[in-house]
Design a binder for this molecule. Structure first.
Ligand SMILES: N[C@@H](CCC(=O)N[C@@H](CS)C(=O)NCC(=O)O)C(=O)O
Length: 212
């Protein structure tokens, strides 16, 4: 099994899951910011041009954070990465989907890649406001999503209670981005991020990535 990852990306959450599972795997670093994911050979492996991408032992490729995380959890039940209780499972997936689709895809996406949401037209170029407006909207959306997640997490160590799940690794990757765009994490999320960093699996991944 091989994980493709790149610095500062959401793939860190997937890498954490592989370390939590503790079985042998390979990890290949790509220069995502430099465009490696859109060039061969990677573009043949995942035409979406995104990490995380998981190349499985049977040669098949799995993409999308939630799909990879759920597959890893279900194929490694001893790691307890996804509760078997249907209510707890649904709550974990609820948070994971919100982080991946809304907080990452919609909100941080507007800040990191505003041109994907609003290509500056002639008016925007003349007035110089196009991307700024999109980025500003992204900031509002990040703050709104964080305040929703803050309420959901309050009083708990992890998303579903005291057990780490695939929702926590998703929340972890997004929490790390907030300070990078000068947004302060609300207290329960800040405590969650600090708690995540005490996990040996997370510490190993941060050391491999050379990040903090
Ligand atoms: N929907 C995808 C999003 C993955 C994604 O946006 N990955 C980013 C890094 S966090 C990426 O690879 N970007 C490279 C690019 O778009 O050029 C998922 O859930 O895995």
């Amino acid at each position: 099994m091989k994980l493709y990852w790149g610095p500062h990306t959401c793939a860190i959450g997937t890498h954490v899951l592989l370390e939590e599972i503790g079985k042998p795997y390979e990890a290949e670093k790509l220069d995502v910011a430099g465009g490696d994911t859109h060039k061969p050979p990677f573009s043949h492996i995942n035409p979406k041009g995104k990490v995380p991408t998981l190349l499985r032992d049977d040669g098949s490729v799995l993409t999308e954070y939630g799909a990879i995380a759920t597959w890893l959890a279900r194929t490694n039940p001893e790691a307890n990465l996804l509760p078997s209780d249907p209510e707890q499972e649904a709550r974990a997936i609820e948070v994971m989907d919100y982080v991946v689709g809304t907080l990452h895809g919609q909100a941080f996406g507007r800040i990191f890649k505003p041109q994907k949401f609003e290509p500056p037209d002639i008016v925007h170029q003349t007035l110089g406001v196009g991307q700024h407006a999109t980025e500003r909207k992204g900031h509002e959306m990040v703050e709104e999503a964080l305040s929703i997640l803050e309420r959901q997490l309050a009083g708990r160590d992890y998303v579903t209670g005291d057990q780490f799940t695939i929702a926590d690794s998703a929340l972890f990757y997004a929490e790390r981005w907030a300070p990078q765009v000068k947004i302060a994490l609300p207290p329960a999320l800040a405590a969650h991020l600090a708690r995540m960093k005490t996990r040996p699996a997370v510490q190993r991944v941060l050391s491999i990535w050379g990040e903090r």
